[in-house]
Each structure stands twice: as C-alpha cells, then as structure tokens.
Design a protein around this ligand. Sequence first.
Ligand code: 13P
Length: 297
Amino acid sequence: MPKIYHERLVNAKEMVKKAHAGKYAIGHFNINNLEWTKSILEAAQASNTPTIIATSEGAVKYMGGVKTIVGMVNGLLEELNITIPVSLHLDHGQSVEMAKKCIEAGYSSIMFDGSHLPYEENKQKTKEVVEFAKQYEVSVEAEIGSIGGEEDGVVGQGELGDPTEAQEFSTLGIDMLAAGIGNIHGKYPEWWTSLSFETLEKLQTASKMPMVLHGGSGIPQNQVEKAISLGISKINVNTELQLAFRDATRKYIEEKKDLDDKTKGFDPRKLLKPGADAIKATFLELTGWFGSQGKAK
Ligand code: 13P
C-alpha cells in the first residue's frame, strides 16, 4: 500500500529511534493556526532540527478539520522549501476512527490514546491502529494508563505508569510509548516538585523503546536532560509556546502599538508578529535543551 502523506513529510519512527540511540529528544510542538505552523517550520529549518508538529482533536476542530491542516502544512513545506524531517502527528487521538481519518487525510504519525479505557480495550484498539497505520508507513504512539501519583499517602507526583503494561505495549508494534512519570499537562501546580526518575527507569527497562514525555512545558532544564538520559526521546510542548505568544502579544498591546493607525499597527500581520517571533525563540530555546538541533542530516 503506498504512503498517503506528502513526500516532504516523514513518519516519526526513524526520528525517535535515532534520538533514543543518540540520547537526545525530538520536540513535538502543538500547532493552533498558520502563525504557529509557519514559525515552527521556519525555526526548525533554520536550526536543522527534526520536528514533529501536532494537532489535538480540539485543534483539528478549531482549525477547520484535518484536510485544512494537511493542506496548510503541505503547502508550507513546499513554499518555504522545508527540507528537514517533519512529521505531522495526531496528538491524543481518542478513537480508531479518528486515527484512520487522519491517516487517510495525509498525517504521517498518530497517537492513539486509550489510557482512560480499560487496559484490554486500550491494547486491542492500539493494535487495530498499528495494523492500519503500518500499511501506509505511518508511525504510532500509544499511552498506557496511570497507577495514580500517590506515594506514601501523598499525592504530589502526577501520574505514574505501570512497567508490566509498558513491557506488554512494547510488543504491539508501536514506535513510541507515553506513560506517566509524574508529568502533568498545562502549567505545573505549586505543589509539584519533580518527575519520577525511578518510575522512568523502570518503564524504560521494561519497554526498551523510545518514550514520550507529555506535559513538556515548565519542567526545569536539569530534569528534562535527566529524563532524556533515561530514555525520553520525544517531548510534547504546547503551553510553553502559548505563554510565549501571550506575553509578546500582551506587550505589543500594552505599548498601544495596535492603536497606531499611522503605522497600521492593527494589521494582523503586525499584531501577530511579536507572538510569532516569540514562538520561534521558545522553539530554539527548548530544542537546545532537547539536543535535537543540527540533527537533521
Ligand atoms: P503542555 O501543554 O503541558 O506542554 O503539554 C503538551 C502535551 O503533552 C501535548 O500532548
């Protein structure tokens, strides 16, 4: 069966495999619109950084559907002459149908997230997605459920994955595995102190495969680096770019530049530029931590 996705896209399998062997991590960045996509692709190309751009199901709805996203991404790859490895990935796909729909529309990588389903059902549906995806050379990320973040009666670590489940999932034909290691999506709460490296070591020993760190925004640099040294090969970032965009846009508006009619400060191409530049700067800072810059051959 031929690949459906654009010739300038790649699946994420080789990228994460190389990162796992080379002890660095590929950045997965969620996109929300044209500015996000263009900024990430330009910064990735300029810094020779293999990159995964991802949409959650919510972002798919927001942007007008998978065909709109595939059209925008493929167009940018050609028009901006992007030559570094880029994957277009579905983040937290909730159903086998959605996974298939994205593959048929031209995505090159899929996450099927059955972590909230009963274990056997998650396993079965993950297998179904793998079977379909492999026909089209699309990579697959799966997620196992959590055993809860409670240690000695203190809930303070986020969610923790189960090594036995990690081992079983590593045999399903998936390319990367997400599991809780005390990570949390969004802004980290005051009480949060650290990733659970003990859990990560156990999960890595059990699965021996590239592992994915979700909730990659706001984790201190030394913890990110330690996680990579212990088998994290893909790091998902969404909130951090949103905050960077927010801060830069807020500054522009607080400086009343949007009210300057003489310079047409209201033109969205001007109004959104500081935010777009901030996305690029944050991308470069984080991929610097991840060690993925310069890794595109
Ligand atoms: P953050 O928004 O916390 O960076 O999480 C992103 C993520 O894990 C997407 O899957």
